[in-house]
Ligand binder design. Structure first.
Ligand code: FES
Length: 159
């Protein structure tokens, strides 16, 4: 199968129904997506597929062929973080960090389709992302801050 991941075309030999997360982590060594429940329930494994947040544990790799996959590694660089990543750092929205891949991917997808979401929309976008540390207040603050940073008056604010 041939996949487009973080702007690069990559090939892999695998059964078509292999969950995408295994290809990303084991074959392509992209460890941003985390394996949590493996059942599409927790959100830790989220990646962007054609700009939408998708649970890579629940997507057959063959389904991702011909589509644009972006993992956490593809959002930005450590030298120039994505505004969502900057906001999560600024608001100290990490404790153990395991859920953050999914939280950041879901936030990037949300702000791409709705640059100024209200509180209910933010909560709905993150509702199916589990955080067992209880960092929800900081995470919600980070999403609001990310929306601010992505407004046109802020430099580097494109998705
Ligand atoms: Fe994919 Fe939990 S590991 S949703």
């Amino acid at each position: 199968m041939t996949l487009t991941v973080n702007g690069a075309t990559r090939s892999v030999e695998a059964s078509p129904e292999t969950p995408l997360i295994y290809i990303l982590r084991n074959d392509f060594e992209l460890n941003g997506p985390k394996f949590g429940c493996g059942l599409g329930e927790c959100g830790a494994c989220a990646v962007l597929v054609d700009g939408r947040s998708v649970r890579s544990c629940a997507m057959a790799t063959s389904t991702a062929e011909g589509r644009e996959i972006v993992t956490l590694e593809g959002l930005a660089t450590s030298a120039a973080p994505h505004p969502v990543q900057r906001a999560f750092i600024e608001m100290q929205a990490a404790q153990c960090g395991y859920c953050l891949n999914g939280m950041i991917i879901a936030t990037a997808a949300l702000l791409r389709r709705n640059p100024a979401p209200d509180e209910a929309t933010i909560r709905q976008a993150l509702a199916r992302h589990l955080c067992r540390c209880g960092t929800h207040v900081e995470i919600l603050a980070a999403v609001r801050r990310a929306a601010e940073l992505m407004q046109p008056e802020h430099s580097g604010g494109s998705a």
